[in-house]
Design a protein around this ligand. Structure first.
Ligand SMILES: NC(=O)c1ccc[n+]([C@@H]2O[C@H](COP(=O)([O-])OP(=O)(O)OC[C@H]3O[C@@H](n4cnc5c(N)ncnc54)[C@H](O)[C@@H]3O)[C@@H](O)[C@H]2O)c1
Length: 257
């Protein structure tokens, strides 16, 4: 432990259960002495968070309900955050959703409703979150989101989520330009495939994992903790010169032709 996040107030959005990438990031940040606050979606996620935080010896962490499809929820969450923390130094946005039926078959069968929902939850939410985070980041800060290679390549069954992730990554660049003068960095981490609840919504996800291991230069899957380490780098003082970037944490998979 080197206390890389000591005195930093960080909001983590997207812990659902123990497999969530956001939970791995949370554990890492807690270990580095961050003051963490959470938003959650749904009572089950809240109960899980309460249990996990107790196990980590964290008492009185603020947990705020936030459905990112609702502007009023995001606004209220940041108002509460302002009351509790005053200044904010980091936001981890680890949120995505698409209907299961959109994550299989032909992309041209994507429904209008399914397309808009994937964009709303998985991409637009970062825009709204950044807008509300900015006034609280009076000492500069770091905004980090999670993405996947399906934004850059047509990956079987990833379909509408690949398009949402492409928009998310483009948003990262525009937000980095907007927020750079306020000393706020905005970056995405492109994680290799990890078995989580969201990932299991993609048809034949286990085949994708197997193919990944065979092809990735490191011949193995990425560990959630390795993704968390990169989030730590970006939210700590080590990552202050990096913005608008998409960092692949995927055992090199994306470089292979
Ligand atoms: N698992 C992977 O293979 C992988 C790879 C690369 C990127 N990612 C990305 O990592 C992020 C986290 O996903 P995960 O794999 O940890 O799965 P997860 O299911 O644990 O996390 C997804 C989170 O999104 C939240 N969410 C969904 N709809 C919401 C809404 N309307 N309002 C607020 N929150 C909402 C869920 O509650 C959940 O906490 C996602 O952006 C995902 O696309 C995952």
């Amino acid at each position: 432990m080197s206390n890389l996040l000591k005195d930093k107030n960080i909001l983590i959005m997207g812990v659902a259960n123990k497999w969530s990438i956001a939970w791995s990031i949370s554990k890492k940040f807690i270990g580095e002495k961050a003051n963490v606050t959470f938003t959650y979606f749904g009572e089950k996620s809240k109960a899980n968070l309460e249990k996990f935080l107790k196990q980590e010896g964290i008492e009185n962490a603020t947990l705020i309900s936030c459905d990112v499809t609702k502007d009023e929820d995001i606004q209220r969450a940041f108002e509460e955050l302002k009351d509790k923390m005053g200044v904010l130094h980091g936001v981890v946005h680890s949120i995505a959703f698409a209907n299961k039926e959109e994550l299989q078959g032909f992309y041209y069968n994507t429904s209008r409703e399914g397309y808009l929902m994937a964009q709303d939850i998985s991409s637009y939410s970062l825009v709204a979150v950044s807008r509300y985070a900015k006034p609280l980041m009076t000492e500069g800060g770091s905004i980090v989101t999670l993405t996947y290679l399906g934004s850059e390549r047509a990956i079987k069954n990833y379909n509408v989520m690949g398009v949402a992730k492409a928009a998310l990554e483009a948003s990262v660049r525009y937000l980095a330009v907007d927020l750079g003068p306020s000393n706020i960095t905005v970056n995405s981490i492109s994680a290799g495939p990890i078995k989580t609840t969201s990932a299991k919504g993609v048809k034949n996800f286990s085949a994708l994992l197997k193919g990944f291991e065979e092809v990735a230069p490191m011949r193995r899957l990425v560990k959630t903790e390795e993704v968390a380490n990169t989030a730590l780098f970006l939210c700590s003082d080590l990552g202050t010169g990096v913005t608008g970037e998409n960092i692949h944490v995927d055992c090199g998979y994306h470089i292979v032709g």
